[in-house]
Design a binder for this molecule. Structure first.
Ligand code: ARG
Length: 464
């Protein structure tokens, strides 16, 4: 049938069917079949409303409903044959409904258009992804909390410019990511709240002359309310853009954590051991254990952010309301969602499985004169120096230690006094990495006591 006669859904004014190339560029069934269950949920809500308001008589509504349920079962069990000639999921479902129940199927599309239909389907689909991301990010936060608890007071180097800066704790470093992912979670919840309005009933663009009940369909589909402007309802895809934008930010966070795991798992660092379950070997070098999962997660931002840019550019400059350009909204979102979930699951598995090595962390923590700031602070606190002067004195002590090839705490008191004669024995108390981190008691600081407080706070929040 395809191509031989005009389209059975809209072919009334067409003498000829579409060219094969036209069909190929026009059809979306190859990908929008992923909206099948949302499409049928939308139709069920619509037909219930048509029956309840008397727009369609009750017997027809009942028959349509039963038919839609059969179509859904066929799709779910893989018995459904999708047709490119029928363009998209909406017309595939409706055509099958007609096969099953006959002419009554033609009443389903009363007071509706594919424009509000697809806007509804896609919102429902994106809403499911937001809910899935909510759960997946929560699981990752729990994995990070587990790591933080295990090494709440393990000292390690904190870096700026990837140079040793000041000692911090493993727990503190893990909790930094908990904060980051919690903001992703917040953005997801914000986006969900904003997008949860029903486009159904906007019809093609102007609303409808039928006495529909939009509150009823909105409620049936779990929306908070119907969209208040029919033109906007069929036009905008900002809800999908928000999903892509929060996904991009989340993927960026995942990418940074991945990069750290890649660095930390090298033979040079040995801060963490990744489990076999989340590593791969090399086909030529028998000793290799590669952090492939971390590398792939690090790269996912490319396609997720790419999807965000792609859809933004599709939508840019489109006059209201619907244009077929908007059919290009789905594939980037599908791909981004699939990859975000894969990345989140892989990261959660990797974090749960990995083992930090406290000895190596500690050995590295003191490297690079990491307690120099503690020394400068001591000069300010104990000897009344201005911070700028203390900074200068400490710099001279670091230079001295460098020429003697020793650590700060290995300088003798007379070495110290050769730089500043006010320095006394007390200084050694601040040069150990443990004392350094324990002293960082400011709110949000790296002292184990502060980190414990944050872990407790987050556990309580996540338990709710
Ligand atoms: N397959 C279409 C899409 O995804 C459905 C809407 C079609 N509407 C139209 N006016 N041609 O955008």
């Amino acid at each position: 049938m395809a191509g031989q006669k005009s389209n059975e859904m809209w072919g009334g004014r067409f003498a000829e069917g579409p060219d094969a190339i036209m069909r190929a560029i026009n059809a979306s069934i190859g990908f929008d079949r992923r909206l099948a269950s949302q499409d049928i949920a939308g139709s069920l809500a619509h037909v219930d409303m048509l029956g309840a308001t008397g727009i369609v008589d009750k017997a027809d509504a009942k028959q349509i409903k039963a038919g839609l349920e059969t179509v859904l079962r066929e799709i779910q069990s893989g018995d459904f044959s999708f047709s490119e000639a029928l363009e998209d999921i909406h017309m595939n479902v409706e055509a099958r409904l007609r096969d099953l129940i006959g002419p009554a199927a033609g009443r389903l599309h009363t007071a509706r258009s594919r424009n509000d239909q697809v806007a509804t389907d896609f919102r429902l689909w994106v809403r499911d992804q937001l809910d899935g991301a909510d759960a997946a990010i929560t699981a990752l936060m729990q994995a990070l909390l587990g790591q933080a608890e295990k090494g709440v007071d393990w000292v390690m180097p904190g870096f700026t410019h990837l140079q040793s800066a000041q000692p911090v704790t493993w727990g503190h470093h893990m909790m930094a990511y908990v904060e980051m992912f919690s903001r992703d979670l917040g953005r997801i919840r914000d986006a969900r709240r904003r997008m949860n309005e029903s486009p159904l009933g906007a019809a093609a663009l102007a609303g409808t002359s039928f006495p529909i009940d939009r509150d009823m369909t909105a409620k049936a589909l779990g929306f908070d309310r119907p969209c208040a402007n029919s033109l906007d309802a069929v036009s905008d895809r900002d809800f999908a853009l928000e999903f892509l934008s929060v996904s991009s930010i989340c993927a960026m966070h995942l990418s940074r954590l991945s990069e750290e795991l890649v660095i930390w798992s090298t033979a040079q660092f040995r801060f963490v051991r990744l489990s076999d379950r989340f590593s791969t070997g090399s086909s030529i070098m028998p000793q290799k254990k590669n952090p492939d999962a971390a590398e792939l997660i690090r790269a996912k931002i490319g396609r997720i952010m790419g999807a965000n840019v792609a859809l933004m550019i599709v939508m840019k400059g489109l006059a209201l309301t619907y244009s077929k350009d908007m059919q290009e909204d789905k594939e980037p979102v599908f791909d981004a969602a699939d990859n975000l979930f894969l990345a989140l699951a892989a990261m959660t598995g990797m974090v749960n499985d990995m083992t930090a090595v406290p000895e190596t962390l500690k050995a590295a923590a003191g490297a690079g004169f990491a307690t120099a700031t503690d020394l400068a602070d001591w000069l300010v606190r104990e000897k009344g120096l201005a911070f700028r002067d203390a900074h200068h004195v400490t710099g001279a002590l670091v230079a001295l230690a460098e020429t003697k090839d020793c650590a700060l705490h290995e300088l003798t008191l007379s070495d110290m006094q050769s730089v500043n004669d006010e320095i006394d024995e007390g200084v050694y108390s601040v040069l150990s990495v443990e004392n350094s981190v324990a002293s960082r008691m400011s709110y949000g600081g790296t002292a184990p006591e502060q980190v414990r407080f944050q872990i407790k706070r987050w556990k309580e929040i996540l338990e709710q």
